[in-house]
Design a protein around this ligand. Structure first.
Ligand SMILES: C[S@@+](CC[C@H](N)C(=O)[O-])C[C@H]1O[C@@H](n2cnc3c(N)ncnc32)[C@H](O)[C@@H]1O
Length: 303
């Protein structure tokens, strides 16, 4: 049976409301836009028109998926981040707006370095490592938005499936040849000298590691806990396992005066700052807030 656009959208909206989706109307519209490969203005123009029966059937299959808790982004296969288009699937965390704070902070730091406000060795091209790259959101955004600052970007992840998505995103955004990708556990892909120092230390290390406490995972929204990769979320018993390791291992791979910028959960600023102090390799931490005013990034300078 064919249905009016406005009616089919209302049916989907009501279904999503029943399933406690946070943005039922928006999801109904975006799903229809995705299926028709049209933008929202097309829907408004055709609001009073009929949608063919076969298209209605296809739409209701997508509605079933969304109502079952699958995130919209895994159905459409895309997410916007830092003004760029990223491909996403169930092997990668969906990039969050929160993480734009980390990228924006890094870009500002590079501008300061390039304008001579801060001394770093090897200013020929600033070398940046994105540790735990997932979809490549941070690495690709840095390669695109700081291209004119001559950055050299490296990205790593322990998941080969995530790296495949990150490489696709680099290609898609025109920086496929500008990022080096490595697979492995944190810093393990990088060679060290006999004294344990990294052979090619970076100017800047950025990371949004898994930071949810294991016990909190079952309380997350269904679409996160049932669909996003556990590997991208689970930060161990207290959510700080990765910070402990990164803070301990990063100094060997970071130049003196180099920066380590870590995304954190809104309530982790104090604990991550304390862990950094205990590591004894960094100047006192600065905690940076996101657009909502929540603690989001810990900035550390290697001493
Ligand atoms: C929170 S996600 C961040 C993804 C992406 N950087 C972002 O900001 O959207 C964390 C990522 O860490 C990766 N990961 C988990 N354990 C790891 C490990 N031991 N070494 C390297 N990467 C790891 C996961 O595969 C996942 O892609």
């Amino acid at each position: 049976m064919s249905l009016l656009y406005k009616d089919i959208l209302t049916i989907a909206e009501n279904r999503f409301t029943d399933e406690q989706c946070l943005t039922p109307r928006l999801d109904a519209e975006l799903l229809l836009c995705h299926m028709l490969d049209r933008d929202k203005s097309f829907l408004f123009i055709h609001y009073g028109d009929y949608l063919d029966e076969d298209l209605c059937e296809r739409y209701f299959k997508l509605v079933d998926l969304r109502a079952s808790g699958m995130p919209l982004q895994y159905i459409t296969g895309k997410q916007e981040f830092m003004g760029l288009n990223f491909t996403v699937n169930e092997n990668v965390l969906i990039p969050r707006q929160d993480t734009e704070t980390l990228v924006e902070t890094a870009i500002k730091e590079i501008e300061t370095i390039k304008s001579g406000g801060k001394a770093l060795s090897g200013l020929g091209g600033i070398s940046i490592l994105d540790l735990c790259t997932g979809s490549g959101a941070i690495a690709v955004s840095m390669a695109v938005h700081a291209r004119d600052k001559k950055v050299k970007v490296t990205a790593t992840d322990v998941s080969s499936k995530a790296l495949a998505v990150a490489k696709e995103n680099a290609m898609k955004n025109g920086v496929g040849g500008d990022i080096k990708f490595f697979e492995g556990d944190l810093f393990s892909p990088f060679k060290t000298k006999k004294n344990g120092e990294g052979k090619k230390p970076f100017d800047m290390i950025l990371s949004n590691p898994p930071y949810i406490a294991s016990g909190v995972l079952p309380t997350l929204m269904r679409e996160v806990r049932e669909h996003e990769p556990l590997l991208a979320l689970d930060g161990g018993k207290d959510g700080i396992d990765f910070y402990i390791r990164i803070l301990r291992e990063a100094p060997a791979h970071l130049k003196k005066g180099g920066l380590l910028l870590l995304e954190i959960g809104f309530d982790q600023g104090a604990v991550v700052s304390a862990l950094a102090e205990a590591a004894g390799a960094y100047a006192p931490a600065t905690v940076i807030q996101d657009v909502a005013g929540l603690d989001r990034v810990v900035r550390l300078e290697r001493i």
